[in-house]
Each structure stands twice: as C-alpha cells, then as structure tokens.
Design a protein around this ligand. Structure first.
Ligand code: ATP
Ligand code: MG
Length: 445
C-alpha cells in the first residue's frame, strides 16, 4: 500500500536560491513570460511565483532542441545550469543556460492584452479589472497584491507576538452591527438577515474571553455612492484589547503594528517595493491632534469653511495630511475626540466633555484608514446610551452579555487593508489595490 508522508520531493530552486547553486544544474517551473529570439540564441523569460528569470537557449548548451510549440504563457519545467554575471549596477545576476524544457501545458488562445511589459501600458482600469485573473500576471500588478499580503501578514505577526488571539466572527448576522442604511439584506431561509458591516460586537465579546483579539476578514457596506475610496466589500483588519489604561493604548498598539508592517515591507518585500516605486513611510512617532483643534487649523490655516462641524470631508482630510507632513514631517496623524453624535453607540464619551468621545481616526497621507476608540464597558451606562439613541437594548441581549457579566475597560480599531495599500502605493483609486473589487457597478470577475 502506498503511504503519504507530507513531503514533496521536487528539488526545485527559487531565484533567491540561485546564488547557492552557481554553476550547478537546477530545475524551475513557471510560465513563459516572454521569448526574445536573437541571432544564434534566444532569451526565454520564465515567470515563477515571485520573480522573472532569464533563461538562455543556445544549441551549444545541450542536446535539447527548441520546440516550436513553445509560446508565451505555456507552463513549463526548465532544467539548466545557473550562470552568474553582473548587472548594470554591478550587482550579481543569475541566468539559466537551458538544458531542457518540458512543456506541462499550452494555452488555448493568445492573451487579449500584453502582460509581459514592465507595466500594463495604456490599459484602462476597467479592462484591467475585467481581466483580473490574467492582468495580475503582469509583474507590477502581481507586486501590488504581494505588498498587500505583506501588510496583512505584518498585522497578524505583530499582534500574535503581542498576546493577541486570532478570531473569526460570522459574516451572516441577525442584527446589523452598527445599524444604519448601509447594510446588505439577505434572504436566509425566509428570514431577513444582514451581511456583517464589521466584526465589532463579536470582537468585544471575545475580549471577555481572550483579552486581546484580532481578525482579518471581509466586511460588507452597502454604500450606494461610487467613489474612489469606497468598496462594497473590503478587508477589515480589526483588533480589540481589554484591560487598557486609556484609549491611547490602542493608538500605541496601532503605531507598533504600522512600524512592524513598514519594516517587513522594506526587508522582505524589497523587490516589490522597488518595482512599484513605493515610498515606505518612516515612522518614529505619530502626531496626535484633537478633532476641534483640527477644525481650527482647517478654518484658520487653510482658510476653508467646513460644511459639517461633526466630521471631515475628503478635502479636509487632505488638508490635515498636508499639515502633518509640513509641521511634523509625518505621513500619519491621529485625530482624537470625535463628536459623540458621529460615533457609534458603543463608543465611550469623554467624561470631561461628553459631547466628545474617547475615539480616534488615523489619517495616512490625507486619507482616513482607521477608526477606533474606547468602548463603553459598564452595563448600565451602555443600556442608558442605547436608550438615549432610541435603540432597543432587548435586541442586543447577546451583545450586552459582555457588559452584564463583567467587561474590562477595552477598545480597538478597524483598519481598511485596501485603503492602506492604496495610499502606500500612491494610487488614486482603491480599486487598483483590490484584487476583485465589489462596487455599485461591479460584481465580476
Ligand atoms: P469613511 O468615512 O471614509 O466612509 P467610515 O468612517 O465609514 O469611512 P469605518 O466604519 O470607520 O469607515 O471603517 C473603518 C475603516 O475601514 C476606515 O477607516 C477605512 O479604512 C475602511 N473602510 C470603511 N469603509 C470602507 C469602504 N466602503 N471601502 C473600503 N474601505 C473602507
Ligand atoms: Mg471611520
């Protein structure tokens, strides 16, 4: 009887590992990214999982002879000898002198777009999105989502190292987390249910169990507008922590997370960062400003008259981004003490001035990427606040179990993965930083 022991014996070598195999015969697998015929030899660029590797076909390298069926996007297994040289900057560079190419699969048709240029030149975003399964094969497009992986990975790693438990909360719920108009309704065996707008109520319940929890998962917002920074489904990186001394603990934790992420990108995602010309921010400290002081700056420094004194419009966020850069040389700025009227029912009011809350947003290069804050933990206080807002505490009986049976001072935040990716890479549209965006006009592919 055959037995499986969990080991794959491929003996494949990644490009990173070529330096340890100089002069040796190795095997790689990938797509034929491009073929360039020269006189007497050909360059065959193989696209592996993260690199493009230059391979050279010449009759003198081996007895292998060129197969006319070889074409772009053919899946191949290439065996050859690693040869080192120097690039224009004097760095070591490796190529493979082809000894054999085995065709594993051939495409049925040619690609409808050119993907083997540096970037997808002159192709409209809509076309790129329509063709995502193949447009992402372009190395630059592919790098965007590798960077995004790095962000989520950094978030997970840092919090895991800091005593957080990773959790998963349900996305089909009987009651909407924060209520409001932007919830998707769903027919659930004849009952009306909602798609989760946030893991808020569940992550709070889990603070009662694990003290510190985080989740990286999709959330759904039925935004009816078509903007460059809103999606109908996005990835929320959430954390919630118990036993805080003040809501500044949450901001400190987020600052630690962001430092870790940026460092991870600079080290382990260096090639992608270079390919995308991404400017990775240096974070030492993040400046903090109170909401009303921020409004003051907008009115007096930027001579702008806000229409809403309880929130910022996008242009105000941009002004605050400029202010943070100019005054503090920071790409980030925390704005704290948002008006109670604009924050959800679970937000703790500032005991010194209950018109404002112990909450914050984090702006990155002039765009909100995070909302967070301290939550109400006292049962009577939470029930009273719900009633004041016209909510029925009975409907939130499960949620209120946390408070009723003992909750520590706690708080947390939600960080939009696509928004952070978008501004890190200098994109104008959040869709560029979303693999398969869902918006008012798009549910495919
Ligand atoms: P905005 O005011 O920009 O519409 P919000 O305050 O409604 O955002 P929150 O509920 O505070 O959003 O969500 C927390 C974070 O999730 C935001 O700071 C942002 O990074 C991200 N986010 C919120 N809504 C969306 C969306 N529709 N598409 C993409 N990301 C979003
Ligand atoms: Mg917000």
């Amino acid at each position: 009887m055959e037995k499986i022991n969990g080991t794959l014996n491929y003996n494949r070598v990644s490009y990173e590992d070529f330096k340890n195999h100089d002069g040796e015969i190795v095997n790689i697998v990938g797509y034929i990214h491009r073929i360039r015929e020269m006189t007497g030899f050909s360059f065959v660029i193989i696209r592996t999982e993260r690199d493009t590797i230059q391979c050279v076909y010449a009759p003198e390298f081996s007895t292998y002879r060129w197969d006319e069926k070889l074409c772009e996007e053919a899946s191949v297994s290439v065996t050859g000898k690693v040869a080192s040289s120097k690039d224009a900057k004097g760095n070591d560079r490796y190529e493979l002198q082809i000894h054999d190419i085995k065709i594993l699969s051939l495409p049925a048709e040619n690609l409808p777009i050119v993907i083997n240029k540096k970037q997808l030149d002159g192709i409209q975003l809509n076309t790129i999105l329509d063709l995502r399964p193949i447009s992402m094969r372009n190395p630059r497009e592919r790098a965007i989502f590798k960077i995004q992986e790095g962000i989520a990975r950094g978030f997970r790693e840092y919090l895991s190292q800091n005593g957080f438990t990773e959790v998963r909360s349900p996305k089909i719920n009987f009651a909407g987390a924060e209520g409001g108009t932007n919830v998707f309704k769903l027919d659930y065996f004849g009952k009306e249910v909602y798609l989760a707008q946030s893991p808020q109520l569940y992550k709070q319940a889990l603070v009662g169990v694990y003290q510190r929890v985080f989740e990286i998962a999709p959330v759904f917002r039925a935004e009816h507008h078509d903007t460059s920074r809103h999606l109908n489904e996005y990835t929320s990186m959430d954390f919630e922590m118990g036993f805080i001394e003040s809501f500044y603990d949450i901001m400190n934790m987020e600052t630690g997370v962001l430092k870790y992420i940026m460092n991870l990108l600079k080290t382990e995602y260096k090639n992608e960062v270079e390919l995308l010309h991404a400017e990775i921010p240096e974070i030492t400290e993040i400046p903090v400003i109170k909401f009303m002081d921020a409004k003051d700056i907008i009115i007096n420094k930027f001579k702008y008259q806000p229409t809403d004194m309880k929130d910022f419009d996008p242009s105000e966020e941009e002004m605050l981004g400029k202010y943070a850069k100019k005054e503090f040389n920071s790409d980030f700025i925390f704005v704290t003490h948002y008006p109670s009227k604009k924050r959800p029912f679970y937000t703790m009011d500032d005991p010194e001035n209950p018109e404002y809350t112990l909450s914050f947003d984090l702006l990155f290069r002039g765009l909100e990427i995070t909302s967070g804050g301290q939550r109400v933990h006292d049962y009577n206080e939470q029930v009273a606040k719900m009633k004041k807002l016209g909510m029925d505490p009975e409907q939130f009986a499960t949620y209120l179990m946390l408070h009723k049976y003992g909750a520590p001072p706690h708080g947390g935040l939600g960080l939009g993965l696509e928004r952070l990716t978008m501004h890190l890479l200098g994109f104008k549209n959040v869709r560029e930083a979303t693999m398969f965006p869902r918006d008012i006009n798009r549910v495919t592919p």
